[in-house]
Design a protein around this ligand. Structure first.
Ligand code: KG4
Ligand code: ZN
Length: 407
């Protein structure tokens, strides 16, 4: 592609068609900004989904050292890093602010103090450069990331499992979702993070810089999942909701018992830490797989999925977990669905997914605001139309499936 002229918010390029004839196209560029939790991310994408420049500052180590995310600390770190991160993404892309078509920023859901920093920065930026603003729903962005990488048509089923959310939804369009199930208490990632902390995995030589979920996955590889038995949550409830609080309780009790038996002090590692990780990971995977299996059967029974190439998309930080992916593959193989998971770096929070969501909205002319319009952040924001009670009323029983993974 040969840049030939600058055209305000877009760049005009000469391209060649399949027949070799030259024609001009107008490229559009979106700057995406993410600050909803503990990653300060920015990226510039063009409307084909090409990543022109990106930058990410992770607060993970600070929060690991502090024993959890402290919102004012997260806010301060976003404040200290946002200008640099956005500038780096712009510099790497070679795109000037004047060439941007729009700026897309996460405004919901997330930590209020963190969302506020991204939104304030973005509103000043769009006013200064007189650019349209596209407010982004963080979970919508996780759900759509896959379309940047694969040509996935709507409708598709999406499972989003992250530090803050666990949900199943039918994606009918870029801004049209049917919510089939969600967590009633904690999210999968948050549960893994808290149990990893309870196990003092930060003091494990191989886990000191890993998130809780990553540490559990690593240790589980060498653990015996049958050494502990944790009951899979909500076995008697035939809906697609999730619950992880009871599982956390079961695991915490087992840890306390082992600590007493081994005479282990606070901060020390149990000898059976790998077995606990393996049993926990299996129970989380099996809970997620069963709810997803039911969601697939529900969608099929209502004719909500296409006949041709019905697809399950899995994203969010916990979707990086290979064991969980393999468990879900067993479910999709048994039900005839195609399983798509973006690579790990696009499953966890980043600016790219926000910029892509901006591109999707720009292409369809949806949710684009002028630089002077008032926008507020929303710490809590549901995704789509909630039909969880309809799913519950359908009370679909899932056939038994052997979830046996060779790790
Ligand atoms: O999507 P994400 O980056 O942030 C939120 O929106 O919450 O997800 C972060 C979560 C953390 O709870 C982390 O422990 C979990 O994703 N996670 C994993 C893995 N990598 C990150 N959980 C299980 N296995 C992994 N490999
Ligand atoms: Zn996320």
């Amino acid at each position: 592609m040969l840049p030939c002229a600058l055209n305000g918010a877009a760049r005009c390029c000469m391209e060649r068609s399949a027949s070799g004839r030259a024609f001009s196209t107008v490229r559009r560029f979106v700057l995406g900004i993410e600050t909803s939790c503990d990653e300060t991310g920015a990226a510039v994408l063009d409307d084909t989904g090409a990543i022109l420049g990106e930058s990410l500052h992770s607060q993970k180590q600070t929060h690991l050292d502090a024993g959890g995310i402290i919102p004012p600390v997260a806010q301060q770190l976003h404040r200290e890093n946002i200008s640099r991160v956005v500038q780096e993404a712009l510099d790497r892309s070679g795109i000037e602010p004047s060439e941007l078509t729009a700026v897309a920023t996460t405004v919901k859901p997330g930590l209020a103090l963190s969302l506020g920093i991204g939104l304030d920065f973005s509103r000043k930026f769009v006013r200064l450069h007189e650019k349209p603003f596209i407010p982004i729903h963080h979970m919508e962005a996780h759900a759509l990331t896959v379309r940047m990488l694969h040509p996935v048509d709507f409708p598709f089923l999406v499972l989003l499992v992250s530090g803050g959310h666990s949900l199943l939804a039918l994606a009918k369009g870029i801004d049209e979702f049917l919510l089939l199930g969600q967590t009633l208490d904690a999210a999968a990632g948050d549960t893994l993070d808290k149990i990893a902390r309870r196990l003092s995995l930060r003091n494990h030589p191989e886990c000191s810089s890993l998130s809780g979920g990553q540490a559990i996955e690593l240790l589980a590889k060498e653990g015996d999942r049958l050494a502990f038995h944790f009951k899979s949550p909500m076995g008697q409830l035939y809906d697609c909701n999730f619950s992880f609080a009871g599982l956390r309780n079961q695991v915490t009790l087992a840890i306390s018992k082992k600590e007493r038996e081994e005479g282990v002090e606070k901060g020390q590692l149990l000898s059976c830490v790998k077995d606990i990780a393996a049993a926990l990971q299996h129970t989380v995977a099996s809970h997620i797989a069963k709810r997803t299996h039911r969601a697939i059967l529900f969608c099929k029974s209502k004719g909500l999925l296409p006949q041709h190439n019905p697809t399950l998309v899995v994203s969010g930080g916990v979707a990086s977990n290979e064991y969980i992916r393999q468990t879900l593959k067993i479910v999709t193989d048994a039900t005839g669905l195609h399983l798509l998971c973006p690579p790990s770096k696009f499953c966890t929070d980043n600016g790219v997914m926000i910029a892509w969501n901006g591109i999707e909205r720009l292409k369809q002319g949806k949710g684009i605001m002028s630089h002077s319009e008032e926008v507020n952040y929303e710490p809590k924001a549901p995704l789509g139309l909630d039909i969880t009670s309809e799913v519950k009323d359908a009370a679909i029983k899932i056939p038994p499936l052997k979830l046996r993974i060779n790790s």
